[in-house]
Design a protein around this ligand. Structure first.
Ligand code: SF4
Length: 218
């Protein structure tokens, strides 16, 4: 079997080039408040950003504060997000989460990883997303499907488990880059390292990337 992971110095070089190429990469869901961010992030699991961004304007008009969601009718809330996968489960989680925030946190979204992870529908990826984008608190790196795919392809991590990948990336990238790294990888995935046939001939890391699992490229 060939090499599946880059040595540290080469992996850092690849990350450096990607960070440089996608300097303006940023979080991709629209929100105005921390509550909106939390709700959008919960809704976005296994759903395309474009779909979430299309439905949130109406949703955010109907429900504004944590308490609005805590008191929401589950069926009505699910109706607002019916275009996303698992809308019933997500509506249930949003309501439960907001009730806990009202009861245990005086209506304010907690600002620590430990407390966020106690809320239904919130895993490490969503918790990192909320901490970084709502409060500027950087504890880790949100690992979404693009991060998993590209970390494996390029050879930044030898694992496909989000927890391991997060640790590997945290070891490779300076802390100042943790905020945007996920969005850099996503931007690269959308622009060049596409799912089916990546555009390797145009890629800024083509001389470094291990192309793990890439069967067809352009
Ligand atoms: S486009 Fe090709 S060379 Fe570039 S990161 Fe993706 S698989 Fe690697």
């Amino acid at each position: 079997m060939g090499q599946t992971i880059l040595d540290g110095a080469t992996a850092k070089k690849a990350l450096g080039r990607l960070m440089e190429s996608y300097k303006h990469a940023h979080y991709y869901l629209n929100f105005g408040t921390d509550v909106e961010l939390m709700v959008a992030a919960i809704i976005s699991a296994q759903t395309r950003d474009e779909v979430v961004n299309l439905l949130t304007p109406e949703l955010f008009k109907r429900y504004r504060a944590v308490n609005d969601y805590a008191q929401a009718d589950e069926k009505e809330l699910a109706g607002y997000i019916s275009k996303v996968s698992f809308c019933d489960a997500k509506a249930k989680n949003i309501i439960k989460t907001c009730r806990i925030i009202m009861d245990k946190h005086a209506g304010r979204i907690p600002r620590s990883m430990g407390e966020l992870l106690e809320l239904p529908g919130i895993g490490r990826k969503t918790a990192n997303t909320i901490l970084i984008n709502a409060y500027g608190i950087v504890e880790g790196i949100p690992v979404d499907t693009w991060v998993i795919k590209l970390s494996w392809r390029i050879g930044l991590s030898g694992s496909k488990r989000p927890e391991d990948i997060e640790q590997d990336l945290m070891g490779l990238a300076d802390r100042k880059y943790w905020k945007t790294l996920a969005y850099v990888l996503k931007s690269h995935g959308k622009a060049i390292c596409q799912s089916q046939a990546p555009l390797c001939s145009k890629c800024m890391v083509k001389d470094i990337c291990l192309r793990n699992g890439v069967k067809q490229s352009r």
